[in-house]
Write a protein that binds this ligand. Structure first.
Ligand code: C5P
Length: 291
């Protein structure tokens, strides 16, 4: 039996880093939004151990977060069966797009089904947080507010619109970015909280106008200072018709928001360069990762 799952990328429409914690992590107030750029995780049940094949070299099999996710689930649930996992990467790595976290969540969703474990979303998320701060979000979505390390989640209506992702073609270490934060932002007080946050889950999708004034990323200036191309890309996105633009997560990928796909594609053509990876994709209004 084999299962193939699409693992989507994410962007952070805002990411406030509000405190440093005793455990070394940072306290966040963030808005996660899934985007239609996907890795593919194919899983087959076997009688052996866990094996992982990835179409990109670089990360040794047993260090890959997907391999570690499968091992963790197998041990936590005392599973006797094994699995062969095939990972096809499209989402750039160490890019601020949550690709590895999404892959790990996708593998756990597929194995939960193949191994007949019956874990619910909260149980999967409780294991997922041991692998990475962004993993729990991918069991829910397509959009959520995140607090704590990012694992205290509140589902939220998703954004409707088109996203142009521009990855400059180099990797940035998340740990390095967090380690170089100079100033924390204070949690926006109630009067300055995005008014769209008062919307309930049933109130319909968000539009770009509702969110554009609240785009913020506390990590942007850390990454920009070392990699000035991030700021350049952001300015070029705005010059080429993006309604708003921001670095995602710890970067270096920058996203621009557009109402129309064709406008996003025109901007993509203007920003295209051999060393960049560029994607035009919808903000997702449904998660492909269903339990
Ligand atoms: O959780 P994850 O392994 O993705 O985090 C990578 C690194 O980013 C952590 O080791 C930590 O240095 C930093 N981080 C943080 N606070 C968060 C999330 C990540 O300091 N909320």
């Amino acid at each position: 039996m084999q299962l193939s799952v699409q693992a989507p990328a994410k962007i952070n429409l805002f990411l406030h880093v509000t405190g440093k914690r005793e455990d070394g992590y940072h306290e966040l107030f963030t808005f996660f939004q899934m985007v239609g750029v996907y890795d593919e995780v194919a899983v087959a049940k076997t009688a052996g151990d866990i094996r992982l094949h990835c179409d990109l070299p670089g990360v040794p099999e047993t260090e890959n977060i997907v391999y570690r996710a499968a091992k963790l689930l197998r041990e936590a649930c005392n599973v006797g069966d094994g699995a062969v996992i095939t990972l096809r990467k499209s989402i750039p790595m160490a890019a601020g797009l949550g690709g590895g976290s999404s892959d790990a969540a996708a593998a756990m969703v597929a194995l939960n089904r193949l191994w007949g474990l019956g874990l619910d979303r909260d149980e999967l998320a409780a294991l997922g947080i041991r692998l990475g701060s962004d993993v729990p979000f991918f069991f829910g979505g397509p959009a959520a507010l995140g607090k704590g390390r990012g694992e205290i989640l509140e589902p939220f209506p998703p954004l409707e619109g088109w996203v142009l992702l521009v990855n400059p073609g180099f990797a940035v270490s998340t740990a390095w970015v967090y380690g170089n934060i100079k100033k924390l932002t204070s949690l926006p007080d109630n009067t300055k909280l995005p008014s769209f946050l008062k919307k309930g889950l049933t109130a319909g999708n968000l539009c770009i106008e509702e969110v554009r004034g609240y785009l913020h990323n506390s990590l942007e200036e850390v990454t920009e200072l070392n990699y000035p191309e991030v700021k350049e890309i952001k300015n070029r996105l705005l010059d080429n018709g993006a309604s708003a633009a921001l670095m995602s997560g710890s970067g270096p990928t920058v996203f621009g928001l557009f109402h129309l796909e064709e406008d996003a594609r025109k901007a993509a053509a203007a920003l295209q360069r051999n060393d960049r990876r560029i994607f035009v994709a919808p903000a997702l209004t449904r998660s492909p990762l269903t339990l």
